[in-house]
Design a protein around this ligand. Structure first.
Ligand code: GLA
Length: 414
């Protein structure tokens, strides 16, 4: 086993070194080098290339240089989510997001806001008739281990977990609405003109259910205010910053697009309703937490279907795991550090290339492709090596495949 690990690692190191050498022009034949051209240059005029991160604090000089070289736009990974930015009724924490926005501005990088409203990472006080004292956020309990050591015990559902977090009676619809309105007005207002757009609502659609309905989650904003909370949130955000692009963002919403079933069908119903109700929706964010066997036909059809509603599309949280078949909100689970066979990195490069071929075909409606992290260590899917750069920031085969495609040529031959 140990030998296999060493072999796997050596092959990968050779592979990474080869790719790196090619990128740096060490082959002697390069016409375009990574030093002179980053991802954003390769896709200039097609769509923006982005990455997520709560930069610049705790990022190394190398990481920041990599960001400046490759990305047009940054999505704050966590610091603008409702809990970190607005932990208590009148308390806003703008320190981290202010620094991020300023750093991006100083370095000529755009910022995408994430996320104004969500059922997760939102403090319970939003929903309590008498807001309880703020506490450290409780972690959702892990499933108890069985005797066999497998995590198969019962785990509270998201809705049970949410309900348990609420102290005392629930706030009325009006009170909860007013709180969300103030939140949106304050946060959007603070960054007006400095942020190109917002994920207004994140992950409203439940995972399984009747694809003939919107299948909204049955707790949080959807229970306390109701389905029209989305329409109102888009309108409030638009009033404060009419120039900001406003997106609905979700995972696995491409699934079922070819057959017009599943979560995709629900997302189409939801978006049609929002448009009918006059919500100023600019576009849809397909998160894109994918794996080696993701159904690419669904991805392409979803883009076509959203465009048919007159909407723009962005891929907002892209990562393709080099191992494992989980996706969406569950893509971060089961991280491990087992060796990944070198051929998986080649397959990963093929999948990334095929995805970018789709994005290029639809670049008239695709505004932005954002990776969820910058390297295999700066990733919520650590251990599954889902991004373009390894933990040492060395480009992987997937990076080269995307660069070659974007530049329309093989960058390391004449
Ligand atoms: C979802 C959210 C992101 C992030 C990821 C995990 O996709 O939209 O903000 O929390 O889960 O990193």
């Amino acid at each position: 086993m140990k030998r296999l690990v060493v072999l796997g690692l050596s092959v990968y190191v050779i592979l990474a070194a080869t790719v790196y050498a090619q990128n740096t022009g060490d082959t002697g034949t390069a016409t375009v080098t990574a030093a002179s051209m980053g991802l954003k240059d390769a896709y200039a005029g097609k769509f923006l290339i982005g990455a997520a991160g709560d930069i610049p604090k705790r990022y190394s000089e190398n990481e920041l240089a990599n960001i400046k070289a490759n990305y047009d736009v940054i999505t704050p990974e966590n610091c603008m989510k409702p809990r970190p930015i607005h932990p208590w009724v009148d308390t806003y924490n703008f320190a981290i997001s202010d620094t991020l926005v300023q750093w991006c501005q100083d370095n000529d990088i755009k910022v995408w806001g994430h996320t104004l409203a969500w059922h997760s990472q939102t403090p319970p006080w939003f929903f309590e008739a008498e807001p309880s004292e703020p506490e450290e956020p409780a972690a959702r309990p892990a499933r108890p281990r069985t005797m066999a050591g497998n995590r198969r015990g019962p785990r509270p559902s998201m809705s049970e977990f949410w309900r348990r977090s609420i102290t005392g009676p629930m706030a009325s619809r009006e009170v909860a609405m007013e709180r969300l309105k103030n939140h949106i007005i304050t946060v959007v207002g603070r960054y007006k003109g400095r942020i190109i757009g917002w994920d207004v609502f994140n992950e409203s659609i439940a995972d399984s259910g009747d694809c003939t309905t919107e299948n909204l989650r049955t707790f949080s904003w959807y229970e306390v205010v109701g389905p029209d909370v989305l329409t109102m949130a888009f309108k409030w955000a638009h009033e404060v910053d009419p120039d900001a692009q406003l997106y609905y963002n979700d995972y696995n919403i491409e699934q079922g697009a070819v057959e017009n079933k599943g979560k995709h069908a629900s997302s189409m119903l939801l978006l049609k309703r929002l448009i009918d109700e006059g919500a100023p929706v600019t576009g849809v964010g397909i998160q894109g937490h994918w794996h080696l066997d993701t159904n690419l036909a669904d991805v392409e059809q979803a883009i076509i279907n959203y465009a048919s509603l007159g909407l723009k599309v962005a891929i907002t949280e892209l990562d393709v795991t080099a191992t494992g078949s989980n996706s969406g909100a569950f893509g971060g689970f089961g991280r491990n550090n087992e060796p990944i066979p070198p051929e998986n990195y080649e397959k990963q490069a093929e999948v990334y290339k095929a995805l970018f071929e789709i994005f290029i075909r639809h670049s008239d409606v695709i505004d932005r492709v954002t990776f969820w992290g910058i390297s295999d260590t700066r990733s919520w899917r650590r251990g599954r090596d889902a991004l373009l750069f390894d933990g040492e920031l060395q480009p992987k085969p997937a990076y080269q495949a995307i660069m070659d495609l974007g530049t329309g040529k093989n960058v390391h031959t004449q």
